[in-house]
Design a protein around this ligand. Structure first.
Ligand SMILES: C[S@@+](CC[C@H](N)C(=O)[O-])C[C@H]1O[C@@H](n2cnc3c(N)ncnc32)[C@H](O)[C@@H]1O
Length: 350
């Protein structure tokens, strides 16, 4: 390993962790890591390093790593995560290519005389006309390019919010606000394609894979860095929120996805121990493993994320970096729950 990897990572407090002008606003993925935060760490890694995010979610780390010529690999068990990650890294070379693709789809969709209607569990969130427009476009989902697929999913969330007068907040998604407002889905989709168009040279690999069985797809001793924000141990449901609507539209069985994900508090310690063992197998000697975790209040008891993970980790030489949250939705929850949490960045070495 080069000398650079031996040095400790420097992490600075950021005034704001949001960058509205980026690709990451494509979809409101639950538990998305701040791209600016991720970038701080990724830019300190030597070019060409293999960086694995075993819980890649919407692909923030995978995409940001590409900016610094890293070979990023992402795995996740949620199909929405895979669609979004692929959408971010497989972007057409020119905006006009993506625009022409969607305009052809919209023209065909408008002319359809027969198409599958949306399930009522999903259509209830939309104005009737908006829901019909989504169903027409959904007919062509399988044939869409990865970037257009991701924009389609993001536009569904945006129009669902719009049909509910933009009153949904991160904690009230799904709230029934009537009467529903009409939002032109075609226009929203076209706008999204333009707004989030930040192409990048792709050298990433994305796998729809259970992190407890990582070594099925990743070679032993092949990874230089692991960098991830793992599923939270207060068991945030990654299949809830906007995802519920998307599963219904794509005809994906939500329960099957939910059962596979690590979000059962009782099993959490056992599951994460398995993941860490798998990470140990796939890491090279000298590899660094970086987990972004946080304090969590479980059944009234505050658990320090850093200490918890270090207690079950096979990796040695731990370093903890701790800081208070800044500019994230967690701050809002802290205000509501009257808690004061800190975020820990845990770094181990193999
Ligand atoms: C905190 S989120 C990661 C968010 C990501 N950093 C982003 O920016 O979008 C944790 C992820 O772990 C995934 N996950 C949960 N259980 C998993 C498992 N057994 N294998 C792989 N991924 C899993 C969830 O689907 C979720 O996407």
């Amino acid at each position: 390993m080069s000398k650079k990897t031996k040095t400790e990572f420097i992490i600075e407090e950021l005034k704001s962790v949001n960058n509205p002008n980026s690709i990451h606003g494509i979809y409101p993925y639950r538990g998305k890591i701040s791209a600016l935060d991720a970038e701080q760490i990724l830019k300190q890694m030597p070019k060409g390093s293999v960086v694995l995010d075993p819980f890649c979610g919407s692909g923030t780390i995978v995409y940001e790593g590409l900016k610094y010529s890293l070979k990023t690999i992402g795995t996740d068990l949620n199909p929405i995560a895979i669609l979004l990650s692929n959408g971010k890294i497989n972007i057409p070379e020119s905006l006009s290519e993506a625009q022409s693709e969607i305009s052809k789809i919209i023209t065909k969709a408008k002319k359809l005389t027969e198409f599958s209607k949306m399930k009522t569990s999903a259509s209830k969130h939309f104005h009737g006309e908006t829901s019909e427009e989504i169903s027409r476009i959904a007919t062509y989902f399988e044939s869409m390019s990865d970037y257009v697929k991701a924009c389609f999913l993001g536009s569904i969330c945006l129009t669902a919010r719009g049909c509910n007068h933009y009153l949904w907040t991160s904690s009230t998604v799904g709230k029934d606000i009537t009467p529903k407002r009409y939002i032109n889905f075609y226009e929203k989709l076209e706008q999204k394609i333009k707004k989030h168009f930040y192409p990048i040279k792709n050298s990433s690999k994305i796998y729809n894979q259970d992190a407890r069985k990582l070594s099925n797809v990743i070679k032993p001793n092949s990874v230089d860095f692991v960098f991830t924000s793992p599923p939270y141990f207060d068991c945030l449901d990654y299949t809830a929120y906007y995802a519920k609507i998307i599963y219904d539209i794509l005809n994906v069985d939500r329960e099957t996805i939910r059962e596979g994900l690590i979000q059962n508090f009782k099993e959490y310690e056992k599951d994460m121990t398995l993941v860490l063992e798998e990470l140990y197998k796939v890491c090279k000697k000298g590899a660094k493993v970086i987990f972004v975790v946080g304090d969590k209040k479980i059944h009234g008891k505050l658990i320090n994320g850093g200490e918890f993970f270090n207690g079950i980790s096979p990796f040695k030489n731990v370093t903890f970096l701790e800081r208070t949250y800044s500019g994230t939705s967690s701050q809002i929850f802290d205000k509501i729950n009257n808690t004061k949490r800190k975020e820990q960045i845990v770094i181990w070495e193999k």
